[in-house]
Design a protein around this ligand. Structure first.
Ligand code: IVH
Length: 667
């Protein structure tokens, strides 16, 4: 071993760690991703050829281990609490008043810090080594996600100088740029997109294969402690500094303030600083700084009395509306879309926003050339909120209302506030119908997402959805960038979809007003697609949840010649038109007559849980009431969980749920 190698190795190690910190903690990368990858690969190579040099904490060790069958749940040594939320400065003042009262006479200093919009976790180190990572779960018990957490690049596997036993509380997140590139890659592959970084991080942490987790650039930040022995800190400020001193990811941005005006100005300062952080921030957390004062104030069942979250209002920005384009949906509904001068909103550049429908456009008097205010509330797509009439340019033009379908030129009808293309041959509709048919909640065809659907239609390979079952490798070979392997994968995905349940097939047909839940009910009630197609409106209204209007829609859908053609073609392709035994088990199952409500982040798509519950005789409602039998609570469950507890509704974790389902299977 030459000492130059050793020197180079040490330098590289430091360098990669420094860039990890710049990227994850300070959100100020100094080098491009490609340059970072080169350094990282050099580090890997050196370790490969000189294993004696390799540091046990090298960033390259974060590769993940063998997949698990399921997560164990583990009790938290100290309960993981949540925070109360406030939405106005007045509520914040009320909180400060309560603190003052609680501290009878003592004055308090406050730490104001970012509220990270990620997933709460608890990470335990013993003798300086990372030994356990848990999700919050229901606060009492969480899932053991140690293997997944170990892959996180800015989370050291061992740390010098830690107390014997210490648990850190923090948030796992996906940095914004990584989220954007991950979604781009998924879009290319036709995989479903993640709605926001938080969902992407949640989905990733719940993967059972930590090698897959290692490929996604999750990051973590700590802001609190759980169980700890032999550490004497006096304030939250000291905790923040100590976390960083240990070389752990902590908050660099926090403010120490006093009084209402101090708190409010820190909260406002954070609002403008937060877009430069690598994590998404949806609010500020205000904490009493002194730990002895925190102790005096104590906690309620759910949340501490010494801390509160202040949520920022959805963000708005003003920009110029350059043009309006039209999107045609799967049922032909035409949505006007504003093409905007690109503007920064909630940390991302926005150049399009929905105008909802033409009545909205008229009501708000929105014109091309106007300065408009756009808003983005959390995860929803940005929308045009209002027009700045004072600054309306003389040359502004009213938005033209299309007289024919902007995609296919077909005739339009007006229904309620919507314009709808009534042509059955509209390619705009076809693309969306195809996308819906193949969607994960419907026929679940891998590789057939928005991009692929458009490609197939544009290449003229299909004029009707059912023609996907006539696709061949030869036909697909005409598509751009379609290799043999992806063609074979797509065809395999299409073939596999033939065995989907009747409920999924009904949903996939895209009957107006018929969602996933109702589709399952219809499958159970009628038992076959033929019987459903033949049902009269009065047969249909016998079904729970089907009113006269929906019954009319369903009957009308099955009367259309195009639907009849579609069904006979799907039948010929060999799709499953009859309900399976499990689908029919109406009252037999373990959940017979039970009412469920779902909440929080679950490890599988909600539709899957809904199907499972229904197939075992239960039903699903949207909100908790005294009639609810079970609340199925995933991670980060909020107000529904509180309400369920208050009403003494039985709360099930996913694990409890699986156990009950297992009983039904006779286990
Ligand atoms: S302190 C006992 N500080 O927001 C106090 N929480 O809506 C526990 N969160 O459950 C939380 N950033 O998952 C704290 N700087 C921060 C936070 C933070 C994000 C999360 C945390 C909490 C949730 C409440």
């Amino acid at each position: 071993m030459s000492s130059t190698h050793a020197q180079r190795y040490t330098r590289l190690l430091e360098e990669v760690r420094r860039h990890d910190r710049l990227y994850y903690v300070e959100a100020q990368p100094e080098i491009s991703d490609a340059a970072y990858d080169r350094l990282y690969r050099e580090l890997q190579d050196l370790e490969k050829f000189h294993p004696e040099l390799a540091d046990e904490n090298s960033p390259t060790r974060k590769v993940g281990g063998a997949p698990l069958d399921s997560f164990r749940t583990v009790a938290h040594a100290v309960r993981m609490q949540s925070l109360n939320n406030t939405y106005s400065e007045q509520e914040l003042e009320d909180f400060l008043g309560r603190v003052e009262k609680g501290l009878v006479g003592q004055s308090a200093e406050f730490a104001v810090e970012p509220k990270v919009d990620g997933l709460a976790v608890s990470v335990r180190y013993e003798k300086g080594r990372l030994v356990q990572g848990l999700t919050r779960g229901d606060g009492e018990r969480g899932d053991d996600i140690t293997e997944n957490l170990k892959t996180i690049r800015n989370l050291p596997l061992s740390v010098r100088g830690l107390p014997e036993r210490i648990e850190f509380r923090g948030e796992v997140y996906l940095p914004e740029p990584a989220f954007a590139s991950m979604n781009r890659a998924r879009e290319k592959k036709g995989e479903p997109l993640f709605a926001n970084p938080r969902n992407a991080a949640a989905g990733t942490l719940k993967l059972l294969d930590s090698r897959e987790v290692a490929r996604r650039p999750l990051a973590i930040v700590f802001y609190g402690l759980g169980e700890v022995s032999g550490l004497s800190l006096k304030t939250q400020e000291e905790l923040h500094r100590q976390i960083l001193d240990w070389g752990l990811p902590g908050h660099v941005w926090f403010r120490l303030v006093r009084g209402t005006s101090g708190v409010l100005s820190a909260v406002r300062e954070l609002d403008s600083a937060r877009h430069n952080f690598s994590f998404a921030t949806d609010g500020a957390v205000i904490k009493v700084n002194r730990l002895d004062q925190q102790k005096i104030l104590g906690q309620t069942d759910k949340a501490p009395r010494w801390a509160i979250a202040y949520k920022y209002a959805p963000e708005q920005a003003e920009t110029r509306l350059h043009a309006v384009t039209f999107q045609v949906g799967r049922t032909g509904v035409i949505t006007p879309v504003a093409e905007l001068e690109p503007v920064l909103l909630s940390g991302s550049t926005i150049s399009r926003a929905t105008l909802h429908n033409f009545e909205e456009v008229a009501r708000k008097d929105i014109r091309v050339g106007d300065l408009v205010t756009i808003e983005k509330a959390g995860e929803v797509i940005p929308a045009v909120l209002s027009v700045n009439l004072k600054k309306r340019p003389a040359a502004s033009r009213p938005i033209p209302i299309p007289q024919q379908c902007p995609v296919c030129g077909g005739p339009l009808s007006k229904e309620d506030v919507f314009l709808r293309c009534t042509s059955r041959d509209c390619v705009g509709q076809l693309k969306r119908r195809l996308q819906h048919f193949a969607h994960r909640g419907a026929m679940d065809i891998e590789g057939l997402g928005e991009v692929m659907a458009a490609q197939l239609v544009d290449a003229g390979l299909l004029q009707h959805v059912d023609q996907i079952y006539d696709l061949t490798e030869e036909k697909l070979s005409s598509l751009e960038r379609m290799g043999e392997k992806s063609a074979a994968n797509l065809l395999a995905g299409i073939a596999a979809s033939k065995t989907r349940t009747l409920g999924r097939l009904i949903f996939a047909l895209g009957i107006p007003q018929v969602g996933a839940v109702l589709s399952e009910t219809l499958a159970r009630r009628f038992g076959s697609l033929e019987k459903l197609a033949a049902a009269s409106t009065s047969d249909l209204t016998q079904v729970n949840d089907v009113g006269p209007k929906v019954a009319d829609e369903i009957a009308a859908f099955f009367h259309e010649p195009a639907t009849r053609r579609l069904l006979s073609s799907l039948k010929k392709a060999g799709l499953n038109f009859t309900a399976l035994k499990e689908e029919l088990a109406e009252r037999g199952g373990v959940f017979a007559g039970k009412k469920f409500v779902l909440t929080g982040t679950l490890s599988r798509p909600r539709e899957e849980f809904i199907r499972q519950i229904q197939s075992l005789g239960g039903s699903v409602a949207g909100s908790v009431s005294a009639k609810t039998d079970y609340l199925l609570a995933g991670d980060e469950a909020g107000s529904k969980l509180d309400k369920a507890r208050a009403l003494e509704v039985r709360v099930l974790s996913e694990k409890d749920f699986e156990k009950l389902v297992g009983k039904d299977a006779g286990e």
